[in-house]
Design a binder for this molecule. Sequence first.
Ligand code: ATP
Length: 672
Amino acid sequence: MDKQITNLCTRDKAEATTTAQMTASVSSNCTDVLLNNFQLKKKSYRVLLHGQHLVWERLERQSKYGTTKLPKKLPLPSEQSADEQTAPNVLSGYGPQSHVLHMDDIICVRCGNSKAESLQPVRTQEQERAQGDVKPTAQFLTINYAQRLSKSKSDCNRWQLRRLTFFNVDAYVVRQWEQQLQARLASSPASGQRVRRLLVFVNPYGGRKAGAQTYDRHVRPLFQLAGIDATCITTQRANQVRDILLSHDLSCYDAVCCVGGDGTVAEVINGLVFRRIRELGLDEQRPAYIPRPSLPVGVIPAGSTDTIVYSMHGTSDVRTAAIHVLLGQRRGLDVCSVSNSSTLLRFCASVLSYGYLGDVAAQSEKYRWMGPKRYEYSGVKAFVNNRGYEAELRLIEQPLEPETPQSPVSVCSEPPSVCYANCQRCSTASSLQEQRSTLFLDEEDEQQEEQASTAHELQLSASESALLRPRPANLPLKFSSSSNSSNSILSLRSSEQWKIIRGKFFMICGANITCACSRSPYGISRYSHLGDGCLDLILVRKTSLLNNVRFLLNTAGRAGDIRNLPFVEVYRTRKFNFRTLSAAMSEEQDSIAGSCQPIAQNDGNAAGSLCSSWNCDGEVLTDLDLTMSSHCQLIDVFMRGPHSYSKPEKLGASTPTTPASSSDNVYCCCKN
Ligand SMILES: Nc1ncnc2c1ncn2[C@@H]1O[C@H](COP(=O)(O)OP(=O)(O)OP(=O)(O)O)[C@@H](O)[C@H]1O
């Protein structure tokens, strides 16, 4: 077979096109190779289907001596070692002028008797009949695929729908290619995850109130192209999404998708997780553990800030989000539970924030008629009025990066890692994640779980163990009388584990994700990971107005890093507890003085005016004794994660002008 293909490669162009039926080999085995010449925009291309790659390369014109100057021979499967085939630079083996497309990025393949027919999103009856015909007639083959644009550092995460229409006079060859491409698409693990039946919720109220328009104009046509059977529900009121997800039969759907802002995403996540809690007969107020919902979630941005979608894809571009739903690849997203001392309140997908952002959420609802501008207006008001909020936080710190013998955490000066596509930290957490959450387990269960996880860790590498360090039991806190200092950091069990932090804060944020958005492309928590089972607790101390401005400037744009500000502390943890300082102090006095002493009275009015609200995914919570716990990769979401910018390599002067850009710009799982 190798010899046969090599012969084909070195033949002259005319001979090669007239012997198009010399397809190298066709079988259902994806390691086989198809190699033919096709016309693409009236120019001749040699097209190779090799494993999971479709490669096309321009054939050069006849030279004046009458011979064809063929580009460098494409390497064949047998010429590559097994190592090379799995090596990250495997694509470079196809030659600098080649365009390489991975099967995972192909959305659909159609053929037709004319170009227009092959572009039809759905197969016509004639095409269906032609499939079964003995004699094929279609000469056009259209491949619809997704491509990531890598234009600049600030714009390297947008995906676009592209298409290639190949022409071949021999309809047998076209049919053979279509069949092979369909077979490889069907057999690829990624396309096996693709959605067929989708439940879509459209929030017509969020952002600029353009959710319905966004769906009809940009999303529905893409779903039709990919053959997705989408059932669309436009919401009539707040919390309707959650109610439908809790009460309706969802067995006929492969996934749930929402078109809206962060509040709508949160409704979907809350609906799915509470549904699962009910299905399993767990106590909704104090579930023993938080179960994983079975349906994955797609998110189309149509809100005001869309931080969840931006953190997932590195952009809030609508088409990019829709393309990720079509492609079907999913990653586990951490979700945090928010509970008070007696009950589970809700789940949070992006940020739980007290102080400045809490005030903005509470005030901005009154100005919803302003659209996204309401955040600017109430943001300024909340900023000027912020006098700091006293609070006490308790947490168990996790290392920012896994400790290795070469770089113990204490001496590591490198900045923490950023979560990108194929993130190592998240994939390690995924493989090790505990199925059970310890949210409301009693102490005995918790200790048993700790022992089990510690035993499990003994078999892990040092870096893996550091990533999933066992959680100490949440013992009742006992303070010494010297712990009154407003900024003290105390340890309870051991100096490097339990921490109590007290002070007056401009803002307190528990960030589950980076919380990036178009105005703040790195987000408030630049180093948060999408699925490592940790959250970043960001504490901004109340200092001066100027420092508050510095903080806001550092979160906007790409220049600053809040970690460099002396009044900002960032802790990585799995869980933290918050209460107002007055509540903490009264408990402490109670504990010191004993139960027969009178409890120090809070001045209700004064405390009330000194308290802020919580902003949980844009919704307002007023509880003042809260625990936020991260649940590792609780929900599957259609995403690959943002990409870091890498400059495309320069192609030679004779770069072909094809509908697709260079292979460097075509996403391939082998490349990252
Ligand atoms: N038809 C509706 N009428 C009124 N409210 C609705 C309706 N549908 C959904 N909602 C509510 O609107 C709230 C806000 O929606 P969403 O969060 O999607 O938009 P946003 O607040 O503008 O965007 P972001 O959260 O990204 O800033 C949600 O909490 C949701 O419950």
